[in-house]
Design a binder for this molecule. Structure first.
Ligand SMILES: Cc1cc2nc3c(=O)[nH]c(=O)nc-3n(C[C@H](O)[C@H](O)[C@H](O)COP(=O)(O)O)c2cc1C
Length: 183
């Protein structure tokens, strides 16, 4: 099973969450005695061939002005060719986002995750949410996926808390375990 984590990150927050998702995904494959064919790439370095040759795709974006970063959307829009050919149909997906969350509200994180769902579903993929029973749900889980808040109450960047990384590892493991169950 080939797993690809695709993300955008300007200031490393989403990158560090992506790294933890990778670690969780690798652990799940190793537990099953499978080769850990897990890689991660920035969206701008990702080709359509990369998407096509993966069995599981996990996309992550920072929230930018209430929705996903344009770099993610650019890749997604270039995937219309894959939609025409049905190339991603039946693949398994997961989604995550980081967000400042100024004012204690979501700042658009749910919208970001659900937009990624819509794009995966349009491609005929299956999408995995973040169930309540997973480690870290109270800190960084939303039913739609993994959502790691990186800002403080004053709206300033605060970094990724260990609780967010715990949730990210749990989510990486969960997506792979669920994909294996389907396979
Ligand atoms: C241009 C820009 C727009 C942003 N818009 C939002 C927003 O609408 N809502 C929010 O909660 N956070 C917003 N943020 C905060 C980022 O989502 C947050 O800092 C994120 O963790 C950054 O990830 P990165 O370090 O991987 O780039 C914005 C940040 C930038 C740079």
């Amino acid at each position: 099973m080939r797993v690809l984590i695709v993300f955008h990150s300007d200031y490393q927050h989403t990158q560090s969450v992506a790294d933890a998702v990778v670690a969780g995904a690798k652990a799940a494959l190793e537990d099953e005695g499978l080769p850990s064919l897990v890689s991660s790439k920035q969206a701008t370095d990702t080709s359509l061939e990369d998407l096509q040759s993966s069995d599981v795709l996990i996309f992550g974006s920072p929230v930018h002005m209430g929705s996903m970063a344009w770099q993610m959307k650019q890749l997604i829009d270039s995937g219309s060719k894959l939609w025409m050919a049905g190339s991603l149909e039946g693949k398994f997906g997961g989604v995550f986002a980081t967000y400042g969350g100024y004012g204690g509200a979501g700042g658009g994180v749910e919208q970001t995750l659900m937009s990624l769902h819509a794009n995966f579903l349009e491609q005929g993929m299956l999408v995995c949410g973040f169930p309540r029973s997973l480690s870290g749900f109270a800190d960084a889980g939303i039913h739609w996926g993994l959502a790691v808040r990186t800002g403080n109450d004053e709206g300033m960047p605060e970094g990724v808390a260990e609780s967010g990384l715990v949730a990210a590892r749990a989510y990486g493991t969960h997506v792979i375990e669920t994909a294996l169950r389907f396979k």
